[in-house]
Design a protein around this ligand. Structure first.
Ligand code: MG
Length: 164
């Protein structure tokens, strides 16, 4: 399979959109994370940062992997015990967070701090995904962490660019 970096980025974006997340949902989280630290911050700056993050190969592969596992769990196509662990978002499983951390690592320690914060307060679309995963026949065990990590990494990128 021959896939260029650009088309892998497009595949990643279309996968998260198919799972109910718009890029703008991520931009909103980035803006909220950084607005109190950077005066005059614009949503366009945050959107550029999200776009940079989505352009990274590590991020694209994490999206491909996590979304696939969520979808397979939703369709009961995994075997036990991993099916139940992912479907029920078992709090001790933790591999969803570990996968998402590979995204945060791209932008250093501010990314890690932001990721922990986002995971705790579940702002915007992350809270919605978390709720849908619990109440409906949907599985977003990996997706909520992936989106949190993309937002955290983009916030970190915004912060780094601002102090330069
Ligand atoms: Mg999760």
């Amino acid at each position: 399979m021959k896939t260029s970096q650009e088309s892998m980025k497009d595949i990643g974006i279309s996968l998260i959109q198919k799972r109910g997340v718009e890029i703008n949902d991520i931009v909103e989280i980035v803006y909220d994370l950084q607005k109190s630290y950077i005066s005059g911050l614009t949503k366009a700056t945050c959107a550029d940062a999200v776009d940079r993050v989505l352009g990274k190969r590590e991020v694209q592969y994490a999206i491909l992997t996590g979304v696939e596992l969520d979808r397979l769990a939703e369709e009961n196509k995994l075997s036990e015990p991993i099916l139940s662990l992912i479907k029920k978002d078992n709090p001790l499983y933790g591999i969803d967070e570990i996968l998402a951390l590979s995204i945060c690592n791209v932008y250093g320690s501010i990314g890690l701090t932001n990721f922990g914060y986002v995971d705790k307060i579940k702002p915007g679309i992350i809270g919605i995904l978390d709720k849908k995963g619990k109440e409906e026949q949907q599985c977003h065990t990996f997706l909520d962490d992936l989106i949190g990590a993309i937002a955290a990494a983009a916030a970190s990128s915004v912060a780094h660019n601002a102090v330069l």
